[in-house]
Each structure stands twice: as structure tokens, then as C-alpha cells.
Unconditional design. Structure first.
Length: 103
């Protein structure tokens, strides 16, 4: 689970990214989730856009895709979804998250 500070950091990194996947009127499916899993393993942080012809709520799509891909939902703003998942392989790790505050 990401802290507010970590989400803020990831949002700032995602600001300049372009969406690499689109969800259309067909909604999400297993093939889309598989492609997202592969891309997020290499990139760690991705954007997904929800097209205007998609009748589903972008927040629901974001939560569904994040859960299916094993990623964290960072932000849903308008029709853009931002997902994060730390790469399992050391060579793909590029993002250093701020440390969570000790209680």
C-alpha cells in the first residue's frame, strides 16, 4: 500500500508520461491485462486512457485493472489512469520511492 507521500511522488513522475494503453467500448479483457502486466514490469509506472466511447467508470476500470495486474492504483484523473508496480527484476528498477514515515 502506497502512502500519500509516495503517491504524490509517483504523480509528479507520471505527469510527463503519455498513455500507452487505451480502454475502448469493449472494456477490459484478459489480453489487455496481460499486456499491462508485461509493460508495467519493465516501466514500473504507466498511464492508461479511457476512450469516450467506453461507458464504464474510469475509477472502476482503474481498480479492476490494478487488482488484476497486481499493481497499485496511483491516480484516476478524468479519463486517465496511473498505475505503479515495482519491477521484480533489479535491472528494471528505476523509481526510488520516498520512505514511509515511521510511527
Amino acid at each position: 500500500m502506497l502512502t500519500g507521500k509516495q503517491k504524490r511522488h509517483l504523480r509528479s513522475l507520471a505527469h510527463h508520461l503519455q498513455p500507452i494503453f487505451q480502454v475502448g467500448k469493449g472494456g477490459t479483457n484478459d489480453q489487455l491485462v496481460r499486456h499491462i502486466e508485461e509493460a508495467i514490469e519493465v516501466r514500473e509506472l504507466i498511464k492508461i486512457s479511457v476512450l469516450n466511447n467506453c461507458m464504464d467508470d474510469p475509477r472502476e476500470i482503474g481498480a479492476e485493472v490494478a487488482e488484476a495486474a497486481g499493481a497499485e492504483l496511483v491516480q484516476v484523473i478524468g479519463k486517465t489512469i496511473v498505475l505503479y508496480k515495482q519491477a521484480t527484476e533489479e535491472k528494471y528498477r528505476k523509481i526510488e520511492l520516498p520512505k514511509a514515515a515511521a510511527k
